[in-house]
Design a protein around this ligand. Structure first.
Ligand code: SF4
Length: 665
């Protein structure tokens, strides 16, 4: 509990989380004494999760990186900021003159969601343009799918879910990953909303559901088509909405009519009566809303799955109405953010990209020009990317690697130079989530950075100056932030001070697509997408089966997000080995019991795990949370580099394994 006498300063959680909390820090004598959730935030209302509560410990942790470190033959050597800048500048100039700027690869992800740390991108643009990743390790297939269907991914304000009579919680586990959605769902349930959880695993989110439907992994598209079949043949569709706002219904209907309840049942492992009832719950008890997770699109058929589910909203008219929607992402504020980073794109003279799922392969094979240096920001690819063994091998061979981080991650360990980052409480910033929270959060600088860390914003600014990148904006951070939100200020007649002092959201956008002006080429919801067709995809939402394991690797491995860590960030100090969750019947088949040590093997590698027998996990499945560092054993030593049908999304869940009891126990 924060004392009334000390100074209180607002900051925001920078983690790549649905919720977007703000917090209050209690400060005395330049030191943070405690933090807690900020109670007047309209969405998060002062409740924070364990990951948010860990911000204080992480800032003052004795293992935090506090000065630039250079790898030498005798180990890590602390160097000055000036020497670090000098070294990086020299390397980048050398590479540019010898090989061109594309020989530099900048790998980044969303480990931090503040605007200021986008200075990395701006720097490499003014450098001339480098090799960058494309695609997604997270949600790319679903985003691409919703782009075909709606034009873009928009969600409802979470409070609008309270207006739904039925909610299909489809593959989302808010208990672990979306604390504040859990609160809205609890409230919805109390007022009589029927909530149905569809998931191969009976997650703890089942506690707010009236029913859990266990589905065979990767077959969600077939379930949606079976439901659509029943909705169409039973007349539970909204003809008026279809006529006015939908393109391609006839073609879709022809295809769906082949997808009977019995066929859907055979594919999904859910009996036909349950699918019929599910369709009726969704089709009859309107408004009905679907809230999607991201796991169900981490398969080779991930994009098609989301398109099949989106279509349910369109044919029943549950789009653009209060209590409806197919909620996946919520890119509400991002469209009003512009400024210096966007402007820097015009300085790019060379551009080359690669699918981020294939980082290892790309580093090994690219030779025109070959990659001479890798810069890693806001990410830990040597834990989080698939097919780790190959990626690590390829990464280690690169001549020069620079990693920016707060801690000595498994990626940082393999760098030649490490640049320590500032913590969220040590810098001013603006933060937004584009998944769920519709608010822009201001984060004030709470304390001075430890040990005089200069922060990425100032590092890249100083580097640009040293390298004479004359177009690079030599401006203070506050001015950079002001320019970034200028379009938003203009559109809503606000000042920067207004944004700092209020929790900004775009009013009148609480119901996605209320105006029915879809941003597709036709301006309508596109069941038939010509754009998808032109890009070599099936124009209609279509089911294609997910990959299956070979005979020696019959068990599918699912690696969802843990409750207490944002990806790998909070596993830094964990020494235990990962836990594998397995159904009792599957455990019996493999001679495994609770707390046994076991080895999970895939074509890519093997992992020592501890067994947790858990009948909430479907049969023939293994579940291990992602994020564990190498010291424990990372799940991505098992996963293969595969991508989904859309959005170049890593198909992590098409990973097949066997498991055996570790001998010598
Ligand atoms: S991780 Fe998410 S729920 Fe937890 S404090 Fe941060 S924004 Fe809030």
């Amino acid at each position: 509990m924060i004392s009334v006498d000390n100074k209180k300063i607002q900051f925001a959680c920078p983690l790549d989380c649905f919720d977007g909390c703000t917090l209050t820090a209690e400060v005395a004598d330049g030191k943070v004494l405690g933090i807690e959730g900020k109670k007047d935030h309209p969405l998060t209302k002062g409740y924070i999760c364990k990951k948010g509560a860990a911000h204080l410990e992480r800032m003052y942790h004795p293992d935090r990186l506090l000065c630039p470190l250079k790898k030498t033959v005798t180990g890590w050597q602390e160097i000055s900021w000036e020497d670090a800048l000098e070294e990086v500048s020299e390397k980048l100039n050398d590479i540019k003159s010898q090989y061109g700027t594309l020989a530099v690869l900048h790998y980044y992800d969303s480990g931090y969601c503040g605007l200021s740390k986008m200075a990395d991108k701006m720097f490499f643009n003014y450098y001339g343009g480098v090799t960058v990743p494309r695609g997604s390790l997270c949600w790319g297939a679903g985003i691409a799918a919703q782009k075909y269907d709606f034009g873009e991914s928009r969600g409802h304000h979470p409070k609008d879910h309270l207006n739904a009579k039925t909610i299909l919680l489809w593959g989302r586990n808010p208990y672990n990953t979306n604390l504040h959605l859990m609160e809205y769902l609890t409230q919805a349930k109390q007022q009589g909303t029927k909530i149905i959880l569809i998931d191969p695993i009976k997650t703890k989110s089942a506690q707010i559901a009236s029913e859990h439907i266990a589905i065979k992994p990767g077959t969600d598209g077939a379930l949606a088509l079976g439901m659509a079949h029943h909705l169409i043949v039973s007349g539970m569709i909204n003809q008026q909405f279809i006529q006015n706002h939908v393109v391609g219904f006839e073609d879709y209907e022809t295809y769906v009519k082949t997808f009977t309840l019995e066929k859907a049942a055979a594919v999904t492992g859910i009996d036909a009566d349950t699918i019929r009832q599910l369709a009726e719950d969704y089709g009859k008890d309107q408004p009905a809303c679907i809230i999607l997770g991201y796991g169900l699109q981490r398969y080779s058929n991930g994009g098609s799955t989301i398109r099949c589910i989106d279509a349910l909203g369109a044919i029943t008219g549950n789009i653009g109405i209060s209590g409806g929607g197919v909620n996946y992402g919520n890119r509400l504020i991002a469209e009003y953010i512009d400024g210096e980073v966007s402007k820097s794109a015009s300085a790019v003279e060379n551009h080359r990209s690669f699918s981020r799922t294939f980082l290892g392969e790309y580093l090994e094979k690219e030779n025109n020009p070959p990659i001479k240096a890798v810069f890693v920001t806001k990410s830990n690819p040597l834990v989080q990317g698939p097919n780790l063994e190959k990626t690590i091998r390829a990464f280690e061979k690169i001549e020069y690697k620079v990693v920016f981080d707060l801690f000595m991650t498994d990626t940082a360990k393999r760098a030649d130079l490490i640049i320590p980052c500032t913590h969220i409480m040590e810098e001013e910033d603006l933060l937004l989530s584009s998944m769920f929270s519709p608010y822009l959060n201001y984060s004030e600088k709470v304390v001075e950075p430890r040990n005089g860390i200069i922060g990425e914003y100032e590092f890249f600014r100083a580097l640009a100056k040293k390298m004479n990148l004359s177009q690079y904006p030599d401006i203070e951070k506050e001015e950079f932030l002001k320019r970034a939100v200028k379009p938003l200020e203009e559109a809503f007649h606000l000042t920067f001070e207004d944004l700092k002092n209020n929790f900004f959201t775009v009013e009148k956008r609480e119901i996605a697509w209320e105006d029915r002006n879809f941003t597709t080429p036709s301006g309508k919801y596109e069941l038939y997408s010509k754009r998808a067709e032109e890009e070599g995809l099936c124009p209609l939402p279509q089911y294609s089966p997910p990959l299956e394991g070979e005979i020696q690797y019959p068990l599918r491995l699912i690696t969802p997000h843990p409750k207490d860590s944002l990806h790998s960030q909070h596993f830094a100090f964990t020494k235990e080995i990962p836990v594998v969750y397995i159904h009792s019947i599957t455990a019996d088949q493999y001679g495994l019991a609770q707390d046994d040590l076991a080895r999970v093997n895939s074509k890519q590698g093997s992992l020592l795990v501890k067994v947790a027998v858990d009948d909430h996990v479907g049969r023939d499945l293994l579940m291990i949370y992602e994020g564990w560092w190498h010291q424990s054993g990372s799940v991505n030593f098992l996963t293969e580099a595969l991508i989904s049908d859309m959005g170049e999304q890593a198909a992590y869940y098409d990973c097949f394994c066997n498991i055996q009891r570790e001998t010598g126990q």
